[in-house]
Design a protein around this ligand. Structure first.
Ligand code: GLP
Length: 261
């Protein structure tokens, strides 16, 4: 696992956006796994800027989002489909027809989950999966105790997650407690993974994910098993890491070697 510790939210966003840009420049038809939440917003803004300045084009990419609330129509302002349209898709040259998000209104959810897995497979698998991390260590909506081998399915959100996401909903508005999420096993099949975390609220989850034991109690800890996972943190999120200095030193050496080439 590569652990990159940067000064602040902006640096994390720029670093993350560059990783995605590199992937797209290498292969314009890349399959990107995308995430919602507040963490990726500055990164998405960087991607929008890159498209506007013609640094990259997202015209040929195919995207799969991690999750969607069950019971919210795509046009509901808090659905993850609306979120992605608003913050990334409609602001870039991405082809909406190539963007995939689980169907939150599916009658047959089991079939919808299976279809989603098959669509990822048909697209050739995910080249780069972007992840945030929940305060409790969840990735996608794979809450603690999720099977580390799980596939796309319906999950019941933890009280903590419902509480953390309440800020996005108006007072009294229906807030789903169920979601369709790609499983941990599905996420782990991505060829590369980029997890970003910023701010003090993520300190404990990051510590458990990066240095804790591999455990379903912290779903993000599975990334320790991925051969090509990068975790990008700001100082606050990284502050409790025991080996913090070592991670910074590794990156320093990595940059020094890259400059020498
Ligand atoms: C949400 C999403 C996750 C996201 C996490 C953290 O519930 N399902 O994909 O990573 O919670 O969100 P935030 O970045 O807003 O802290």
């Amino acid at each position: 696992m590569r652990v990159v510790v940067l000064e602040n939210v902006n640096d994390v966003a720029e670093f993350g956006a560059k990783q995605i840009a590199n992937q797209v420049m290498k292969q314009s038809s890349s399959v990107l796994g995308l995430a919602t939440g507040s963490s990726p917003l500055p990164l998405y803004q960087c991607l929008v800027d890159m498209v506007e300045s013609n640094t990259i084009s997202l015209r040929d990419v195919v995207t799969f989002n991690l999750d969607e609330y069950l019971g919210l129509a795509p046009e509901h302002p808090q659905s993850y489909r609306s979120f992605m349209n608003r913050h990334l898709f409609e602001r870039t040259d991405i082809d909406l027809a190539n963007t995939n998000i689980p169907n939150g209104l599916a009658d047959n959810t089991e079939q919808a989950c299976l279809d989603y897995e098959q669509a990822i497979e048909r697209a050739g698998g995910i080249d780069l999966q972007l992840l945030g991390i929940g305060n409790n260590g969840h990735i996608g909506f794979n809450e603690p105790s999720s099977s580390l081998a799980s596939r796309t399915r319906v999950k019941t959100l933890s009280k903590e997650t419902v509480e953390a996401n309440r800020r996005f909903f108006k007072a009294g508005e229906f807030q789903p407690h169920l979601a369709i999420t790609m499983g941990i096993g599905s996420i782990m099949e991505a060829k590369s993974i980029l997890m970003i975390a910023t701010g003090e609220a993520k300190t404990e989850a990051v510590k458990a994910a990066v240095e804790g034991p591999l455990s379903a109690s912290c779903p993000a800890s599975i990334l320790q098993m991925h051969p090509n996972a990068t975790v990008v943190l700001d100082r606050a999120a990284a502050s409790q890491l025991t080996e913090l200095e070592y991670y910074v030193y590794i990156e320093h050496e990595r940059n020094r070697l890259a400059e020498a080439v």
